[in-house]
Ligand binder design. Sequence first.
Ligand code: GLA
Length: 352
Amino acid sequence: MADFEAAFHSAPAESAEAPGRVNLLGEHTDYSCGFVLPAAIAQTTRVSLALSPDNDFHIHSAELGMAQSIVAGAADAAPGFSRYVYGCVQVLRARGHVVPPVLMDIESTVPIGIGLSSSAALEVAVLRAFRKLLALNLDDVELALLAQKAEVEYVGVRCGIMDQMASSLCTPDRMLFLDTRSLDFRLLPLPAGASVAVFDSGTSRSLTQSAYNERRAEVERAAQLLGVQSLRDVDDLDTVDALPPPLNRRARHVITENRRVIEGVGASASRFGELMTGSHLSLKNDYEVSTPALDSLVASLELQPGVYGARLTGAGFGGACVALVERGSAEDVKAGALAAYAKAGFTGRALV
Ligand code: GLA
């Protein structure tokens, strides 16, 4: 909010925030209508706004290093990160809401581009700020759906619903069990005696968007060949094995990953950790979205006493890893794992 005052020399009328997320189990299942188990991270994005004195939207963000204006009438050309804001405005307008031009400041501690949903946090925070400013009648699930629509239609990423639902619904120290088909959800405690630790592998995710869309096309093709609407409807691994490669491996990941999520609900910390490790192997061998750096970080984590399990988190191809650790052991795990990772030639960091 201090940034808003510095940028616009006035006080904001409203502000709202939303967290990034870390996915514990259920990776690359949401666009096959499957199950996911994400949790909020402590890092958040805060959006402060007030009515604009002119006809334009003026957007400022110190973290993103930018001040941008979306000029009335030329908004289609919204550059960079303001496309997310523009997308949110447009989906609200398409729903029949009158959205006036605003001054907006965005402050964020969510790391960008490492698989912790900085974009969902931004979309959800923007929509929450508008919900407050305009007293919109919009519940948290509707808000998440609008955020996803903004990203798909205005940013051009064919993402599933997990990230926006997590940012909109997660509360601290809970994990969100979500059925991405029905959108039924439950907030559950973490496995008893365990806490979550998140690490940046220090490697960028340059391939993510094209490879993500490619994986999505592959599972859609697999579902088509199996004569089902989505892989959520398949449970028989023998049927899947008969598909041509790599569709057989892609489908096997989705089916086994859905099983891991279901089993993870209510599992002990040690079983949950095994499921996470199984998830990583499946993402590596069957879904092929891991990298040598992510494999090395997971291996470094699993060497540490107090680690129940670890895996890459988010879309993959670089970015973050998550570990389930014995409560109270996080600091030792961080130091030990980062030292082992450094020995393997990589530089990572732990997120607090
Ligand atoms: C990205 C997408 C999500 C989900 C994950 C992979 O974060 O935005 O919808 O598909 O990748 O699980």
